[in-house]
Design a protein around this ligand. Structure first.
Ligand code: SAH
Length: 218
């Protein structure tokens, strides 16, 4: 059984080798990855792999993304600390915790009741009072908490759900994997004077976003 010190060392190594060395250089982002205990977000029997360079299963056929991808998407949002951020696809809650370190308020939506419940409890146990887990179809966004200065979708669909673009604040950024079930490209949108700029970033493979404005069946 590893103790906390071993996990801390493994985490330092993850930040150095998998994240910093691959070009993520925002000090705030790197600090967030140093402080969130990723091993507490994976199933107990997978803990020894928590700091390895890949995704891991978290139940319900879903995965916690590779650390580097989480870092890459996080950095693209360019959070300064004052933002209200919306995440679609809570999963384990790890990405939400990272966002919780970097923004003022985080709203995260998960369609699976059991995953939402586990993540919510976990984040509460870790005293993340600025993270709000909501069970539901995230493709509708959360109009009651909009506008958001950052939106991150951690599941893939052929197009960005329109409600999510509508709920983006002026100057706000949205990142999401867009493409088929087989493969997608990360796309970064920014709202500018009512219009949207779009940049295609790297190729990725995410689980499907299932809902009213996403894929229709699991
Ligand atoms: N960000 C997560 C990993 C996400 S995996 C983490 O850090 O662990 C993608 C998640 O999106 C899955 O848990 C899946 O159930 C969820 N999901 C898929 N479609 C959704 C929808 N329409 N609304 C909310 N969550 C959805």
């Amino acid at each position: 059984m590893k103790d906390d010190m071993d996990y801390q060392k493994a985490r330092e190594r993850m930040v150095e080798r998998q994240i910093a060395r691959r070009g993520i250089d925002s000090p705030r982002v790197l600090e967030a990855f140093r402080s969130v205990p990723r091993h507490l977000f994976v199933p107990q029997h997978k803990r020894e792999f928590a700091y390895s360079d890949g995704p891991l299963p978290i139940g319900r056929g879903q995965t916690i993304s590779q650390p580097y991808i989480v870092a890459y998407m996080t950095e693209a949002l360019e959070l300064q600390g004052e933002e209200r951020v919306l995440e679609i696809g809570t999963g384990s809650g790890y990405q939400a915790a990272i966002l919780g370190e970097l923004a003022a308020e985080v709203y995260t939506v998960e369609r699976h009741q059991d995953l939402a419940k586990t993540a919510s409890q976990r984040l509460q146990d870790m005293d993340y009072e600025n993270i709000h887990v909501i069970q539901g179809d995230g493709t509708e966004g959360l109009p009651e908490h909009a506008p958001f200065q950052g939106v991150i979708v951690t599941a893939a669909a052929p197009e960005v759900p329109r409600p999510l673009l509508d709920q983006l604040d002026e100057g706000g950024r949205l990142i999401m994997p867009v493409g088929s079930r087989g493969g997608q490209v990360l796309k970064l949108y920014q709202r500018r004077e009512g219009d949207f700029s779009v940049k295609a970033l790297s190729p990725v493979a995410f689980v499907p976003l299932i809902g009213e404005h996403g894929h229709s069946a699991p």
